[in-house]
Design a protein around this ligand. Structure first.
Ligand code: SD4
Length: 357
C-alpha cells in the first residue's frame, strides 16, 4: 500500500476510533485557540473564548473565563458566597500559570476580596512571589486596585452554615478529636486513646480508610481552565471557595501549581477538580503534563494520574482533564461522573464531554 493511502486509512480509522470512544479522547484540527474547562461552566468558557478569539493572550483569557465564573458564583463553589468554613466565612483560593514563562501567581484562603483570579494575576505580574495567603493576600489585592474589603458571605452560605451548626456541626473535617459528634472547641484525643493505626487511618497495604462522606459533586466544584491562544501559548487557572465546613485557614489544591492545574507551552495543560486535601498530595496535573512530555497520550496520562491517587485513597472523589499542544483532550475521574467543556475553532459553540469513572 502506498504511503499516502496508508496514512489516509490511518486517519480514517483514528477518526472512527475517536467517534466511537466519544468522551474518552477527542482531537481537534490542531487549530488554535482552544479553551478547556472543568464542568459545564459554559458562560466561563464562552468568556474565555471571546477573549482569546479576539486576540488576548492565553493568560488574560484564563483570567476572563475564571472571573466570569466568580461573578456568576458557578455552582456556589466559585467566587464569593459559597462553602462557608466552620466560622461561616467564605474564603477564596485561586491560581494562574503562564505556560511559556512558568510564572505562577496565587492567593490562598483570601478574605474580603471576591476577585480571586484577578488577585492571582496581580501576584504573578507585580511581585516576585508565587503565593500570598489570608488577610495579607487581601491587603495586597486591595492595594493593587481590586475592590474590597467585601463581605464574602451570602444568604445561601449563611443559611447553610446555620443549619450545619444546628446539626451539631456535622459533618466536619476533624479527626482524632473530642468531642466527636458536636461542635467544638475540640481537643486532641488523649495520646492513650489514639494508636498508630487510628491516627494514620491506613491499613497495612497503605490504603486509606474512607473519608467523611461530605465531599460530593455539589460541594466540591472548582473551575480549572486551560487556554491555548492563537500563538500557541498555553496558560491555566483555577478558582474555588474550597470545601464546605472546612477548618478556618484550610487551603485546598486550588492555588497549588501542579495540583489544580499545570501548563507548559511545549507540552500542553491539565486541570483538576475534586477533593483537594487528597489531590494536592499527588500533584496530579504536574504528573499529567510530564507524562505527556514523554509522549503519553492525554487519555492515558489523565487515567494514570487519577489511578495513582485511587490506589492509596480508593474513596477519593476527583477528576482531571488533559489537553496536549495539538489540541487532543481527554478526561479521567474517580468516585463521580465528570464533565468538562471545550471550545475550539471547529465547534459552533461550547461542547460538554462526559467522562465516567
Ligand atoms: C478544594 N478542589 O478546595 C477544591 C474544591 C473543589 O472540585 O471543588 N474541587 O478542595
Amino acid at each position: 500500500m502506498a504511503i499516502g493511502s496508508l496514512s489516509t486509512t490511518v486517519l480514517f480509522l483514528s477518526t472512527i476510533f475517536y467517534m466511537v470512544l466519544g468522551d474518552d479522547a477527542v482531537g481537534n484540527s490542531g487549530q488554535y485557540p482552544l479553551v478547556v474547562s472543568t464542568w459545564p461552566f459554559i458562560e466561563a468558557v464562552k468568556a474565555a473564548w471571546r477573549a482569546v478569539d479576539g486576540g488576548l493572550s492565553a493568560v488574560d483569557a484564563v483570567v476572563e473565563g475564571c472571573s466570569t465564573c466568580e461573578e456568576l458564583r458557578c455552582d456556589g463553589t466559585v467566587g464569593p458566597g459559597g462553602s462557608p468554613d466552620e466560622n461561616g466565612e467564605t474564603t477564596i483560593d485561586a491560581m494562574v500559570m503562564n505556560g511559556v514563562t512558568m510564572e505562577v501567581g496565587a492567593v490562598a484562603a483570601m478574605r474580603y476580596v471576591k476577585d480571586g483570579i484577578r488577585a492571582a494575576r496581580l501576584v504573578m505580574q507585580h511581585t516576585e512571589h508565587t503565593l500570598l495567603v489570608g488577610e495579607q493576600a487581601s491587603v495586597f489585592a486591595i492595594s493593587m486596585g481590586l475592590p474590597g474589603p467585601t463581605n464574602l458571605s451570602s444568604s445561601d452560605s449563611l443559611e447553610k452554615w446555620t443549619k450545619w451548626k444546628a446539626n451539631h456541626c456535622q459533618p466536619n473535617f476533624r479527626k482524632n478529636v473530642v468531642p466527636v459528634d458536636s461542635c467544638g472547641p475540640y481537643h486532641p484525643k488523649g495520646i492513650m486513646d489514639v494508636n498508630e493505626g487510628e491516627c494514620s487511618k491506613t491499613n497495612l497495604m497503605g490504603v486509606a480508610e474512607p473519608r467523611s462522606s461530605h465531599i460530593g459533586p455539589h460541594n466540591h466544584d472548582t473551575i480549572s481552565m486551560a487556554v491555548i491562544d492563537k500563538m500557541g501559548r498555553v496558560a491555566v487557572g483555577a478558582s474555588t471557595n474550597g470545601a464546605t465546613y472546612k477548618i478556618p485557614g484550610r487551603v485546598g489544591d486550588g492555588p497549588i501549581a501542579g495540583s489544580s492545574a499545570y501548563a507548559d507551552s511545549d507540552v500542553g495543560a491539565c486541570g483538576a477538580t475534586g477533593d483537594g486535601d487528597i489531590m494536592m498530595r499527588f500533584l496530579p496535573c504536574y504528573q499529567v503534563v510530564e507524562s505527556m512530555r514523554l509522549g503519553v497520550e492525554p487519555r492515558i496520562a489523565a487515567k494514570d494520574a487519577i489511578s495513582r491517587i485511587a490506589r492509596k485513597f480508593p474513596d477519593f472523589v476527583g477528576a482531571v482533564f488533559a489537553v496536549n499542544k495539538s489540541g487532543v483532550h481527554a478526561g479521567a475521574c474517580h468516585g463521580w461522573t465528570f464533565q468538562y467543556s471545550v471550545r475550539s475553532p471547529e465547534m459552533d459553540d461550547v461542547e460538554v464531554f462526559t467522562v465516567f469513572p
